[in-house]
Design a protein around this ligand. Structure first.
Ligand code: NCD
Length: 314
């Protein structure tokens, strides 16, 4: 398929994309690498304005969308200081979206409410990209995660992938699992019982013929893994802080743990990390999380360029 078929579409959930469409975006992201590094130049989105609406903290997602837009020649309308907007005066999300829609050609939205990006599509005439809606989903992170796995391992099919940490509240792992179900992979979920993958996701996997291994034992899971995807415990989503203190610091990936793993196992993390990966891991060839963070640029360039009907050479 041709990436031009994405023009005018939204990316709200990874489930809105087929495997073929995901592979098309992975191929376009690959083409974007020299542009993402500044080695080649393009004005594919010259004259376009992209609004970044961030109602929750963000470093990588917001900055990489901004860099991606600049590398494509587009301008960014930064709406990340919500306390400085009329939201603080009680304006509804719907009204904010309608107004921002008139000021831009596409919008990227992060919001604490599940379903907020889907709601935004009702009030926006231009493409909407979900940059995280509560604990629900984070599809552009998933696309860059798949891109990272493909670049590091040369494939996605056939891999053993272990997801570790906060599988209950982590939106990155919810989206990633939904995407990985389109591939032929073996999945292991490593979490304390109270933070295991939500039952509806596991049930849906079983209906599709997947049988994920569920454990709380990281040492056991690491032995067979090709990819170890580590996540932060999502403190801000715990209704009760004492529940957080019971699970904080449960897992820590360090060099001693890597000794139990395959030599070529890769360690990924959407970042930010708190203390779930020791800094001593950073210098090992297994550590791919900073490369993963860079990959957000070519992947988000691929997303913006294709939704906004840009053309890229090469
Ligand atoms: C993640 C998020 O916001 O869900 N961060 C990101 O986008 N890279 C992960 C997290 O906050 O733990």
């Amino acid at each position: 398929m041709d990436y031009k078929q994405f023009a005018g579409r939204n990316i709200v959930s990874i489930k809105d994309l087929s495997r073929e469409e995901i592979e098309c975006l992975l191929a376009l992201a690959e083409k974007m690498i020299p542009y993402a590094k500044g080695e080649k130049r393009t004005r594919a989105l010259d004259g376009k304005i992209i609004a970044n609406l961030f109602f929750e903290p963000s470093t990588r997602t917001r900055l990489s969308f901004e860099t991606a837009a600049h590398r494509l020649g587009a301008q960014i309308l930064d709406v990340s200081q919500m306390s400085a907007t009329s939201i603080a005066k009680g304006e509804t999300l719907a009204d904010t979206i309608k107004m921002v829609d008139a000021y831009c050609d596409a919008m990227v939205i992060r919001h604490p409410w599940e379903g907020s990006a889907r709601l935004a599509t009702k009030y926006s005439t231009g493409p909407v990209v979900n940059a995280g809606d509560g604990a629900a989903s984070h599809p552009t992170q998933t696309l860059l995660d798949l891109f990272t796995i493909q670049r590091c391992k040369g494939k996605i099919d056939g891999l053993n992938i272990a997801l570790v940490g906060d599988l209950k509240y982590g939106r990155t792992v919810h989206s990633l699992v939904n995407a990985l179900m389109m591939f032929d992979v073996k999945l292991t979920f490593v979490a304390p019982d109270s933070l295991q993958m939500p039952p509806d996701i596991v049930e849906n996997m079983r209906l599709k013929g997947f049988n994920p291994k569920m454990t709380s034992d990281l040492d056991d899971a690491v032995e067979d893994a090709d990819v170890l995807y580590v996540t932060r415990i999502q403190k801000e989503r715990f209704p009760d802080p004492t529940e957080y203190s019971k699970v904080a610091g449960t897992y820590r990936v360090d060099k001693a743990l890597l000794m139990k793993a395959k030599n070529d196992m890769i360690v990924m993390h959407p970042l930010p990390r708190v203390n779930e990966i020791a800094t001593e891991v950073d210098e090992t060839p297994n550590a791919k999380y900073f490369e993963q963070a860079f990959n957000g640029i070519p992947m988000r360039m691929a997303i913006l360029c294709s939704l906004l009907g840009g053309e890229i050479d090469g």
